[in-house]
Ligand binder design. Structure first.
Ligand SMILES: C[S@@+](CC[C@H](N)C(=O)[O-])C[C@H]1O[C@@H](n2cnc3c(N)ncnc32)[C@H](O)[C@@H]1O
Length: 461
């Protein structure tokens, strides 16, 4: 990261204006040129990204502005709301993560403002729209921006497009209109410059897909397979567990299945939207649902804790994982079992997580189609070795879901721990590893098996 983020100051104005103009030049806002830095009447966060100024540049100061983010704060129906007024990155510094870093900093500063969402108005430019989608924004409203005249060729055979000049003035030369987006065809035929204006909205109280009610409602349709749940139900029977806890139970299918099998079941889940789906299912009354994280679990009550569909990979740092194991150990009775699955990093699954390879389409229960795919954003190595072997990476991907009414995109990071990392951390947390299977047929794990399906036992009293 060769840039620094800070508040914009008056001295930055010439460089700020240059960055904004150059950034907008390659977009449909090419003619939106300002001659002074934006000043807001209400409260605003006005950030810039700067780099040391190249030799020979004549604007004042010793830094060049290469990124701008202005966010204005206002009130709607008594609720605080934030709107992105400007986001711009100098063309020589695009694809360096500047806009994302500016947004992260603005959101960090706005954290205590009690905002439910942040929005932005933009047009259909591919760079802007894919940036909004990759940062958790969804399209919420659209309408048209229609231009008449100016540098754009007038495609209107009637010349004045049917609007009159005030008395005494000549024929209108330029016009700008807002139009409905339901049927843009006639406007596009008649005028050379028509843009779709879009309101992008990012919920700040929803940061992951399990928290979004629209996606929680589709989870079971997208994940119809039962091989993992069948495995853990058979295992609960095999180890003779009475009380079973499903940590990260999501939409509750396994928890309800375990209750049907006769176990006393607790389903723990941090995402309220997923828990709502679970609670509404037939058989849900037989399960005790707990909203929260592992620290919310009571001590010494479970015979078996399960974490399925790779919940264990959501604990990204060594500290988070160690902390979770402390709570799971505490929650288990002495001799109780812990069972979970984690993908084998040696198989490098993420290399196949491309939009082409992962694209699925299915009918939405309320009509229309759902299209979904994932795209890897970054793979970050974790430093150090375990038993002389490199540790597995943290992989961040964006999951896209296009619904009939919205394009949702949520980033998600998963840690891929090696078998040695899993075994060492479990041993340190007071567990004895009994078995590591490599796939759902229960066969022992090998160097290239897809999964590590771990069964461990709580040691100590
Ligand atoms: C892929 S889903 C799996 C859901 C369910 N176990 C299943 O088999 O379908 C991952 C779940 O883990 C939950 N989760 C994420 N972080 C968690 C944490 N720190 N503690 C507990 N659950 C977590 C998510 O909210 C989500 O519901």
């Amino acid at each position: 990261m060769g840039f620094t983020i800070r508040d914009a100051a008056d001295l930055d104005e010439p460089s700020w204006l240059r960055c904004r103009a150059l950034s907008f030049l390659g977009s449909s806002y090419y003619d939106d040129v300002k001659t002074g830095r934006t000043r807001f009447e209400a409260e605003a966060v006005q950030l810039i990204a700067v780099v040391p100024k190249p030799a020979g540049m004549t604007t004042p100061g010793d830094q060049e502005v290469v990124g701008i983010l202005d966010v204005e704060l206002w009130e709607q129906d008594g609720h605080p709301v934030a709107t992105i007024d400007t986001v711009a990155v100098h063309p020589d510094h695009q694809r360096e993560g500047i806009a994302g870093a500016l947004l992260d900093e603005a959101l960090a500063r706005l954290r205590d403002h009690g905002l439910s969402w942040i929005d932005a108005w933009t047009r259909e430019d591919a760079v802007a729209t894919s940036w909004y989608a990759a940062h958790g924004f969804v399209v919420d409203q659209t309408y048209l921006h229609v231009y008449l005249g100016g540098d754009e060729q007038r495609a209107d055979p009637h010349g004045d497009a049917g609007f009159e000049a005030p008395f005494g003035l000549g024929a209108p030369v330029k016009g700008f209109f807002h139009g409905p987006d339901e049927d843009p065809g006639p406007w596009r035929e008649r005028f050379a410059r028509v843009h779709q204006a879009r309101r992008y909205l990012r919920r700040l109280d929803i940061t992951s897909w399990p928290e979004d009610p629209r996606l929680a409602a589709l989870y079971d349709l997208e994940n119809p397979g039962t091989w993992d749940h069948d495995y853990f139900r058979a295992l609960a029977h095999r180890v003779g567990a009475r009380a079973v806890t499903d940590v990260g139970c999501g939409t509750g299918t396994l928890a309800i299945g375990l209750a049907r099998d006769g176990h006393e079941v607790l389903g723990l889940e941090p995402a309220p939207a997923s828990l709502d789906v679970a609670r509404a299912k037939p058989g849900a009354d037989a399960v005790t649902w707990v909203h929260g994280y592992a620290d919310a679990l009571p001590g010494g009550t479970a015979d078996l804790v399960v974490m399925t569909a790779h919940v264990a990979q959501y604990f990204l740092t060594d500290e988070d994982w160690a902390d979770a194991l402390v709570h799971l150990h505490r929650h288990l009775r002495p001799g109780g079992h812990l069972a979970f699955d984690s993908r084998n990093p040696a198989v490098r699954d993420w290399e196949r997580w491309t939009p082409e390879a992962t694209r699925t389409a299915y009918p939405h229960p309320e009509g229309g189609q759902v299209t979904a795919w994932v795209e890897v954003a970054r793979v970050e190595d974790v430093t150090g070795e375990t038993d002389g072997e490199p540790r597995g990476p943290v992989v961040t991907h964006t999951g896209h879901t296009v619904l009939p009414t919205a394009h949702l995109a949520y980033p998600e990071s998963l840690r891929f721990r090696t078998r040695a990392e899993l075994e060492q951390t479990l041993t340190r947390a007071g567990f004895e590893v009994l078995d590591v299977a490599g796939s759902w047929d229960g066969s022992p794990a090998t160097a290239d098996s897809p999964e590590h399906i771990v069964l461990a036992r709580r040691l100590g009293r």
